[in-house]
Design a protein around this ligand. Sequence first.
Ligand SMILES: NC(=O)c1ccc[n+]([C@@H]2O[C@H](COP(=O)([O-])OP(=O)(O)OC[C@H]3O[C@@H](n4cnc5c(N)ncnc54)[C@H](O)[C@@H]3O)[C@@H](O)[C@H]2O)c1
Length: 263
Amino acid sequence: MSEHTAQRRVAAVTGAAQGLGAEIAVRLAADGFDLVLLDLRADSLDKTRAEVEAAGARAVTIAADLSQEEAVSTAFAHIEERYGRLDALVNTAGGSGTDVVRSLSDISADIWRKVLDNNLTSAFLCARHAVELMQRHGYGRIVNFSSAVAHGKAGPSGTVGARLPYAASKAAINGFTKQLAKDLGYTGITVNAVAPGLIVPAVGRIRDVFEALPAEAQQATRDAIPAGRTGTGAEIAAAVAYLVSEEAGFTTGAILAVDGAES
Ligand SMILES: NC(=O)c1ccc[n+]([C@@H]2O[C@H](COP(=O)([O-])OP(=O)(O)OC[C@H]3O[C@@H](n4cnc5c(N)ncnc54)[C@H](O)[C@@H]3O)[C@@H](O)[C@H]2O)c1
């Protein structure tokens, strides 16, 4: 067993209060990681913590707006104090937000910045701090969250409200991932992204939004996906579990589509 696996490894998962982040955290707990669970929403983080602890992991929750530099500094100081190490960072926090804007003229600069901040700035700030901790033992795994929508998508916006800034933020995540992977190439830290298509997690906001669509709209959405169905949170968590594993060491700078061939 190598140095960094001699004790339980530590993974920080952002956006862990619900949806994909929560399912990823529980999967990583089952795979032997202790967890740091981060999200804006303090209330639901406790639910994820209970599930992670039931899977046998230690867990700490941190409620913070991860697009804010000071909040991220404080969060990572807490991680350092609590565990003294970080092996994996999964930047799941993001989404298109709750503003349903369908035309260009509806997109204010505030909405634009908020979507970019939640998806892109949060990933950058967390990665910057994570790399500092990871470099101490010359090992790390960073997984960012892109989307099939990074390639643009035609038709009504469905589950993705502010689709234009959202697509721009996820395309930027692809560039961020590829550049950071090259910058850190020699350090033992890998940087990859998962690019989901439409995933209906076990619980969470996207499940609620999808289930609120009329049955015909739900079916039309499934029909537009070559696989003929939406994906599951477990399928996303499995992709993340691979990318944070020790054996994925030569996979870096990859954008892994998990989208039923949608993109
Ligand atoms: N579900 C899908 O179909 C799908 C498809 C493609 C990509 N994605 C991406 O996967 C990730 C997770 O999606 P989900 O379906 O679980 O969405 P979700 O809305 O259920 O969960 C996202 C979580 O991120 C948190 N968050 C957002 N901004 C934050 C911030 N600034 N600071 C801290 N926390 C913040 C939210 O509070 C929320 O709990 C997102 O990045 C999303 O864009 C999802």
